[in-house]
Design a protein around this ligand. Sequence first.
Ligand SMILES: [Fe+2]
Length: 169
Amino acid sequence: MDSDAAGGGVLADANSAKREEIVAMLTKAYWMEVETVMSYLANSVNPDGVLAQEIVESLEEDVQEELGHATQFAKRIKELYGIVPGSMEFSAEQSYLQPPEQQTDIAHVIRGVIEAESGAIDYYNRIIEATDGVDPVTQDMMIAILRDEEGHRRLFEGFLRDYEADSRA
Ligand SMILES: [Fe+2]
């Protein structure tokens, strides 16, 4: 019996190496989203001051959106015969999204968000390349999520411009 009998696409036996590569990338993407949930949650509560209000409200919504991304990645890992890791495998990377010294330092938070979104955009583009022609379902999911991250980065770039104009005034 040849491997075609198991069906084509990324779930085929013949594609197990590629599948493992995609699962590893999705696992990293999952941790990136989980860490973003933690960072955005803290940064949606900590900031003080009038200028912080818009940022706080935006991040409150984003916590739910990033949790939604993490959930989609987890489900796709399972569909690809992977296992969603437990918390002991987590290691933090977002040094730039730690609470600032002063809770009125909104520029620090905005720049941290832009850095997190840029990291996600770079990595999700890599997953889109890695899945090209072999796993259209994962690729489709990544394209939709990439659009969220690009929109989010653009929003925070606008916040940064606004904030910098205000601090020059
Ligand atoms: Fe996300």
